[in-house]
Design a binder for this molecule. Structure first.
Ligand SMILES: [Zn+2]
Length: 90
């Protein structure tokens, strides 16, 4: 089960795991409430992507400092892309 909280009335209730990433009607005020899509696995997955992005950023910085500006900027661009994907939760 997943705990959700209604942003309108603040009521907390549990919904089935199968509704993850979807939406349900609040049991109190009937407002549509989004069910969070993240669970332990997603958190682990996102942490992995975050670490990968940090590693790529570090690699890009090292390349820049070593004079490989073109490659360094490309790598940093890749890191920005990974960060964007992570931010958007794709
Ligand atoms: Zn509500």
């Amino acid at each position: 089960m997943i705990n959700v909280q209604c942003p309108v009335c603040g009521a907390e209730f549990e919904v089935k795991n199968s509704l993850k990433g979807g939406s349900v009607n609040c049991r109190e005020c009937r407002e549509l409430v989004e069910v969070p899509g993240s669970d332990a696995y997603d958190t682990l997955f996102k942490t992995g992507i975050g670490l990968a992005a940090a590693f790529v950023v570090a690699t890009g910085c090292v390349l820049l400092f070593n004079g490989n500006v073109g490659v360094g900027l490309t790598v940093l661009g890749l890191a920005a892309f990974i960060g964007l994907v992570l931010f958007l939760g794709l």
